[in-house]
Design a protein around this ligand. Structure first.
Ligand SMILES: Cc1cc2nc3c(=O)[nH]c(=O)nc-3n(C[C@H](O)[C@H](O)[C@H](O)COP(=O)(O)O)c2cc1C
Length: 304
């Protein structure tokens, strides 16, 4: 029996395995503990945090689609003050690196959150969600304008000493341009993809099905798009990549690693099977045994 080495690196972060929980699908780690030992993932990414508490979007907020789900949760979260008062101690008890996903509606919001989260060693790094609307720019998502991606990355890096992950939106024409802007702004790691902007219509009510009209598509339906984007970014950018979008099995995860991801994140799969992350890690090991691969690191970017 060969001894498997699942460890991987994301800039200064050392992960014991490459499978991370995706933001918004595992709460603050402990909610899933009946189904998934929170010590098992390579890292945990918590729900998107904003400065002020947010109740999110009107219901219905989730609907199934063929091979995926549409969600318009709208960043429901307790806000910075409550996060520091109640959630920080929860994540401090976890034995894996915890990444805090942050969102803002202005460049100053991102800079403020980065500065306020900087003092806490319980936080291993920040994942910056640039899919949210820039209110000063008429509500266009930051992540659709490379100049803004650059500036968000720059402002977060200026205020946060630890690893900064810029999480790209797929709702763009040229994903490489956005990745290069993130690198130029100082990002240490890139994660991709967030959900694809989409909608569904209720033909009985003759109205959009989601309370917010539009939502984000995730799950197996988006995997080929996500994989293509990871491959394109990995071909052009030198910093480590966290790949995500529709990963349901270990074999899906291996595809992303071969496309150049140093780690992967699992979101929608957890909503269907709350133990998905543990299963996916086991399936990665099965593949490694089958192919006689000792180190997962040796697979990174092999398809490029
Ligand atoms: C219910 C739900 C909530 C999400 N919340 C966030 C969030 O707060 N911040 C964020 O950056 N991404 C959020 N995402 C996006 C996921 O982290 C992930 O990028 C996306 O769903 C693609 O991965 P998947 O197909 O494995 O779900 C959310 C996704 C879902 C399904």
């Amino acid at each position: 029996m060969i001894e498997l080495d699942l460890t991987t690196r994301l800039a200064s972060l050392k992960l014991k395995n490459p499978v991370i929980t995706a933001s918004g699908t595992c709460g603050y780690g402990e909610e899933l503990k009946e189904y998934l030992d929170p010590d098992i993932p390579g890292a945990i990414t918590v729900k998107g945090l904003t400065i002020k508490p947010s109740v999110g979007n009107p219901a219905p907020r989730i609907t199934e689609t063929p091979a995926g789900i549409l969600n318009s949760i709208g960043l429901e979260n307790p806000g910075l003050e409550e996060f520091l008062a109640t959630k920080l101690s929860v994540i401090g008890k976890l034995n894996v690196p915890v990444l805090v996903n942050i969102s803002g509606h202005s460049l100053d919001d991102f800079a403020f959150l980065a500065e306020k989260l900087a003092p806490y060693p319980q936080i291993a790094g920040l994942e910056v969600n640039v899919s949210c609307p820039n209110l000063a720019g008429g509500g266009m998502a930051f992540g659709t304008d490379s100049e803004l991606v650059y500036r968000v990355a720059y402002r977060v890096k200026e205020n946060y000493p630890g690893p900064v992950i810029i999480k790209l939106t797929p709702n763009v024409t040229d994903i490489v341009e956005m990745a290069e802007a993130a690198v130029a702004g100082g990002a240490d790691i890139i994660s991709l993809i967030n959900t694809l902007l989409a909608m569904a219509i209720d033909i009985d009510d003759k109205r959009p099905l989601l309370g917010n009209t539009f939502g984000g598509l995730s799950g197996p339906a988006i995997k080929p798009v996500a994989l293509r984007m990871v491959y394109q970014v990995a071909s052009r950018v030198k910093i480590p990549i966290i790949g995500m979008g529709g990963i349901m099995t270990g074999r899906d995860a291996i595809e992303f690693i071969l496309a150049g991801a140093s780690a992967v994140a699992v979101g929608t799969a957890t909503l269907i099977d709350p133990g998905a992350v543990a299963r996916i890690i086991e399936e990665i090991k099965e593949y490694m045994i089958e192919k006689e691969i000792k180190r997962i690191k040796d697979l990174i970017g092999q398809a490029l």
